[in-house]
Design a protein around this ligand. Structure first.
Ligand code: FE
Length: 178
């Protein structure tokens, strides 16, 4: 039996095929290595529930320790604390855009510091009482990876917040306009 759509010959409309797994994998690799950035939140809904083995394969040991085990890179050692280029900082684990260079400021801390995320919905703030301190942890809302901490001692002329983020939690992409 011929359907109404198929009967139109050259105008046949096919349903969109499912996104093949290899495409998701390759896109992830591209995002991770910074060749181009792409939002994955529509493509990989369960990325928050990936096991540790998934992240160990995707991330370097340092990235894994910081992003997945709440580690902190040593101050003044990361690749972005002194980066002044114009562009976008995305999650090093999943590619979600997080911070614009427009909001980056020199905090003197040795970690990349921003006074606002690109979108409050892209991050998650969680109370963190580890190491005998009361801090606010900053996580990527898309993949659940640890990014850094948020403090209330940022520039008072803007938000007053300081998002203190590990360089290795970020992938920077240079752009003409932030
Ligand atoms: Fe992420």
């Amino acid at each position: 039996m011929t359907s109404g759509l198929a009967a139109r010959g050259s105008m046949t409309i096919q349903p969109a095929p499912p996104i093949p797994l290899y495409f998701i994998h390759n896109t992830y690799q591209a995002a991770h290595h910074g060749h181009f950035l792409i939002h994955l939140n529509y493509m990989n809904e369960d990325i928050k529930n990936k096991p540790g083995s998934y992240w160990k394969e995707k991330l370097t040991p340092e990235e894994y320790q910081v992003l997945r085990e709440q580690g902190t890179e040593a101050a003044f050692t990361g690749k972005y604390w002194d980066n002044h280029e114009t562009g976008m900082y995305a999650c090093a684990a999943c590619g979600q855009e997080l911070f614009s260079s427009k909001t980056k400021f020199d905090s003197g801390s040795g970690w990349p510091s921003f006074d606002d995320p690109i979108n409050a919905e892209h991050i998650e703030l969680i109370e963190d009482t580890s190491h005998g301190m009361r801090r606010t942890e900053v996580k990527c809302k898309n993949c659940g990876s640890h990014l850094g901490h948020m403090f209330d001692d940022g520039p008072t002329r803007s938000t007053g917040k300081r998002y203190c983020i590990n360089s290795c939690s970020l992938n920077f992409q240079e752009k003409d306009q932030a």
